[in-house]
Every structure is written in structure tokens, then in C-alpha cells.
Design a protein around this ligand. Structure first.
Ligand SMILES: *Cc1c(COP(=O)(O)O)cnc(C)c1O
Length: 418
């Protein structure tokens, strides 16, 4: 019975490979950190390893420690001793799992404590936890908007926002990326709707640029719309005290709703949340389908995440180091002759503009002991192939100097820089 379908899937897989968009996963044999151990299997299908073994040689990147420039571990908390300790305490105190959704018997005091912690940290009225931010975005739009309402979404918004909007019955308007004139056009077109919600990523992950939230809030107020932000790459990262893009742009109190993740700067385990106006959170507890029909967050993660928010507040040096690292890395690569778009986030893209060179560069960097990933179409537009690097407070100046040297050497060999 499966044969015809199997042939169909095999054909689909072949097409993905033909388009050079087949993804393989490198296997880490260590915790997530500034340096990680890549082991056998790290080059995907293992062909090269088998050849290397036969020849009695192994490429340096195939095993041992490499410098990691491609995690969302912005504050270096993914393997921070205080979080590991807090998670162990959480296991002892609240057990392993809840085996229930929140509204049946899956709410422990630690979940309410974390929701309170996030509300206080972000400065909003209430917060609701989800299994991930993908789920938070999957819940939000459908729960709060009806067919009489309109949602206006940036063209480069994250896949989870796009999917969440698809699940809702709201009228959809897509404005060109960070284009305020186009947003105004769309706000006018949506003027007949009952309510309007403008929704944007706070930081766009491929370019590392920040949404123009001050201008978005001005326009939203002029056209009677509310504003929502997905701050996954910004919470713990942007703004003087790490509150995110709203703090960075001075508009925190003008934003009605923020979605976020516990899976990036804040320890990197998993979990997401929606924080903001009380009624939005209350409706989500009643109608948010990924909340009503998916298991409660692991209590040890909730307990350790409280510690993560505490660390952001009590260790401002982490944010300072992250910013210094990002500035130094941008400056070093620019000086070496690479095309680095200006920016203020720890996402530092190196524009190459050619898929082959981008792949060759990522491979050659791994041979230098530096782990980076290249992105090509369809993840980024044709001709905007790049290596995206991400800074961490856990990187040392020596780490970054070594990476800049290696990029310069490899970039010259491959002909990316002159
Ligand atoms: C990472 C990310 C998500 C998904 O977060 P998870 O908690 O990993 O599901 C959603 N939105 C944006 C903008 C992200 O960068």
C-alpha cells in the first residue's frame, strides 16, 4: 500500500537535494557553549568521514572542539552553572513532568511564579506560558481576532507568525519589510475593519535589523491600530536592561502584546510566552489552542528560567560583553574587507552573494575549527547568500580575533575578499 506514496516522497526528497536545500544536522557531543565538540556524523551523511578514515586522515572540523558562531546563546546561559543547578533543584522539588495541560491539572506554583517573573521583567500586566514561541504565535491571532478584524504583518516576519495568522480568520495585509510608507497604505486599506493589529518581529533574524517600532507605534496610533511584537531575538539582548526592542526604541508601554521564547538568550532550553495586556492573556487562557491542548512546560525549565531572568538583571556585565563582542566583530570583519550590513544586534551577517562560495566558506571555516552556517535561497533572497554569525557573551576577545583571522584567510582563498 505504501509503495506509490513512498516513490512520491523519494521524488520530493530528490528535488530538495537537487535544489541544494537539503539540510543535514551536525551532531554535538557536548553542551551548547562558545566551544562545542563535533563528533563523527557531524558532516551529515558520513561519506567524507568514511573516506577520511580510509585515508587515515580526518579533517580537523570532524571531531574535537570548534568555536561556535551559530547559536542563539546570546548571553552564554545555555550551560551556565546557576541554571544547571536551578534545573536540578527544580527536578527535586517539582518532579519530572506534569502529564497534563495547564487547565486540567498541569499548573504548579512554579508556572505561576515564572509568569509573574516575566510580567515584572517585561513591565506588562500578565503573562501566559506555552511549550514554545512557535506555539505562542500559533495561539495568539486566532484567539484574539475575528473575520471583522485585520492583521498587518511585516513581509519578513518569522514563519510562526505567518502560520499563526493563517490559522486566524482575520483579514490579512502584508507590508513590505520595515517600509513605513507601505504600512501606512495598508493601514488605510484596513480602515474598514473592526480592529487592526500591526505585528512584527522585534529583530529580524537573517539581517539582524531592528523593527522601526517608534514609527510603527506613531502610525498605529494615527490609524487606530494596536501593536504586537515577537521579541525572540531581542529579549535579554536589546535595550539598556535587556527588555528587548520596545526598550531599545523607547516604546515599551505603547505595545499591547509581546511574544517571546525561553529557547534563545534566556537559557535556551524551550518554552514560549505571551505577555502584555491583561485581557489578551485572559482570552488566550480560554481560547489559545496550543495552551488548551498541549502539555504544560516542564517544571524544571520553569524554575531555571526564573533564574535566567534574575541573571539578566543581576549581571549587566553579560549584556555589556555581548555588545562589546558584537561591535568588535563587526569592526574586525569590516576592516578585513567583508560586506557587513550596519547593525546594533549580535546577529552579524557576512554577505557573499553566491551560493557556491557561501557553502565553500562554511566548510573551509569548519576545517579552521570554526563552526558557521551559510544561508542561501530560499532562506534568503537570491543573490543575498550569506554566512550568518551570532555573538555570545561567552565568546572571549581571543575567540573573536581567531575567527576574524580565519575569515580573512579563507575569504581571500575563496575570493570573497580581494
Ligand atoms: C526562534 C523564533 C521563534 C520560535 O521560538 P521557539 O520557542 O523556538 O518555538 C518564533 N519567532 C521568532 C521571531 C524566532 O526567532
Amino acid at each position: 500500500m505504501f509503495q506509490a506514496f513512498q516513490a512520491h516522497l523519494a521524488n520530493e526528497l530528490a528535488q530538495i537535494k537537487d535544489a541544494s536545500s537539503y539540510k543535514t544536522e551536525r551532531i554535538l557531543h557536548s553542551p551548547q557553549s562558545a566551544h562545542v565538540a563535533l563528533g563523527p556524523g557531524s558532516r551529515g551523511p558520513g561519506v567524507r568521514e568514511a573516506e577520511d578514515r580510509e585515508a587515515g586522515t580526518r579533517a580537523p572540523g570532524d571531531s574535537g572542539e570548534v568555536l561556535n558562531l551559530c547559536a542563539n546563546n546570546y548571553l552564554g546561559l545555555a550551560n551556565h552553572s546557576a541554571l544547571v543547578q536551578a534545573a536540578k533543584e527544580g527536578l527535586d522539588r517539582w518532579g519530572f513532568g506534569l502529564s497534563s495541560v495547564r487547565f486540567i491539572c498541569g499548573t504548579q506554583d512554579v508556572h505561576k511564579q515564572l509568569e509573574g517573573t516575566i510580567s515584572r521583567f517585561m513591565g506588562y500586566e500578565d503573562t501566559i506560558l506555552f511549550g514554545s514561541c512557535f506555539d505562542a504565535n500559533g495561539a495568539l491571532f486566532e484567539a484574539i481576532l475575528g473575520p471583522e478584524d485585520a492583521v498587518l504583518s511585516d513581509a519578513l516576519n518569522h514563519a510562526s507568525i505567518i502560520d499563526g495568522i493563517r490559522l486566524s480568520k482575520a483579514q490579512r495585509f502584508r507590508y513590505a519589510h520595515s517600509d513605513m510608507a507601505d504600512l501606512e497604505v495598508k493601514l488605510k486599506e484596513a480602515s474598514g475593519a473592526r480592529h487592526r493589529l500591526v505585528f512584527t518581529d522585534g529583530v529580524f533574524s537573517m539581517d539582524g535589523d531592528v523593527a522601526k517600532l517608534d514609527q510603527i507605534c506613531d502610525l498605529a496610533e494615527r490609524y487606530d491600530a494596536i501593536v504586537g511584537v515577537d521579541d525572540c531575538h531581542a529579549t535579554g539582548v536589546l535595550g539598556k536592561t535587556g527588555r528587548g526592542s520596545g526598550e531599545a526604541k523607547g516604546v515599551r508601554e505603547r505595545i499591547a502584546v509581546v511574544t517571546g521564547t525561553l529557547g534563545k538568550a534566556l537559557g535556551g532550553a524551550s518554552g514560549g510566552y505571551v505577555t502584555g495586556r491583561r485581557e489578551i492573556v485572559e482570552i488566550l487562557r480560554q481560547r489559545g489552542r496550543p495552551y488548551l491542548f498541549s502539555n504544560a512546560l516542564m517544571p524544571a525549565i520553569a524554575h531555571a528560567s526564573i533564574e535566567a531572568f534574575r541573571l539578566v538583571d543581576e549581571s549587566p556585565a553579560l549584556l555589556d560583553t555581548l555588545r562589546e563582542n558584537a561591535a568588535a566583530f563587526r569592526a574586525g570583519l569590516t576592516q578585513a574587507g567583508f560586506r557587513i550590513p550596519p547593525g546594533e544586534t549580535p546577529i552579524v551577517p557576512i554577505l557573499i552573494g553566491d551560493a557556491g562560495k557561501t557553502q565553500a566558506m562554511a566548510e573551509a571555516m569548519l576545517d579552521e575549527g570554526i563552526y558557521v552556517i551559510g544561508f542561501s535561497y530560499p532562506v534568503v533572497p537570491v543573490g543575498q547568500d550569506r554566512i550568518r554569525t551570532q555573538m555570545s557573551a561567552a565568546h572571549t576577545k581571543a575567540d573573536l580575533d581567531r575567527a576574524i583571522d580565519a575569515f580573512a584567510r579563507v575569504g581571500t582563498q575563496i575570493g570573497v575578499i580581494g
